[in-house]
Design a protein around this ligand. Structure first.
Ligand SMILES: [Zn+2]
Length: 204
């Protein structure tokens, strides 16, 4: 199944809207972070934000289609752009989790929590856990993986840490990856997970 220009631009518009909301929280400062959406399953095709753009000012055209390895796939009528450096990890997470969308932000609370609890962030007894699909009295251990500039190394660490019951992972000294069935769910989960991590950092 090929991805046409209209499908890529529609995903680009949804990603631009989502990025604006996440950037307003201060989680995508200085062009950091990126979003992706699965636009075809077999073979896997994912739209990701193009590299180096201000996430509060994306347009539908600020998009690149990549394959399962994060390599750009040309789309007729769409200007070629350089994908985000983290595109390969987005594609990997989408394939590993079956998610329809992945959000990556450099939220400060995630970085502080990852530094403080490198073996995982324990969260327990909070109503906000329900937004992650967990019960309020569940005991969550949000996985933390070590950072790397090598996306295949990060992908291996992701596979080792992945817990299907928790739709997010902290990358230590870096930020947060969260996934969902679509961008709206991935954004809501990002908002709630960041809140939970902020709570831990401020109260532990
Ligand atoms: Zn990043």
């Amino acid at each position: 199944m090929t991805v046409d220009r209209d499908a890529a631009l529609a995903a680009g518009a949804r990603m631009a809207d989502t990025a604006r909301l996440l950037a307003a929280h201060g989680w995508m400062r200085a062009t950091s972070g990126n979003l992706s959406e699965v636009v075809a399953a077999d073979p896997l095709r994912v739209t990701v934000t193009a590299s180096g753009l201000d996430k509060a000012e994306l347009t539908p055209e600020s998009v690149v289609v990549v394959d399962g390895a994060g390599l750009p796939v040309p789309v007729e009528g769409l200007a070629p752009r350089k994908p985000s450096a983290e595109a390969a990890l987005h594609a990997h997470i989408a394939a590993a989790t079956g998610a329809g969308a992945v959000v990556h932000v450099h939220a400060l609370a995630a970085v502080v929590a990852g530094r403080r609890w490198p073996r995982g962030v324990r969260v327990q007894g909070l109503e906000m856990q329900k937004a992650l699909g967990r019960a309020a009295d569940d005991d969550l251990l949000v996985p933390v993986i070590a950072n790397s500039q090598d996306m295949s190394e990060l992908a291996d660490r992701f596979d080792d840490a992945y817990d299907p019951a928790t739709p997010g992972v902290v990358v230590a000294d870096h930020g947060l990856y969260v996934w969902g069935k679509d961008l709206v769910q991935a954004r809501h989960r990002t908002e709630s997970l960041e809140w939970l991590l902020s709570f831990q950092v401020q109260t532990a």
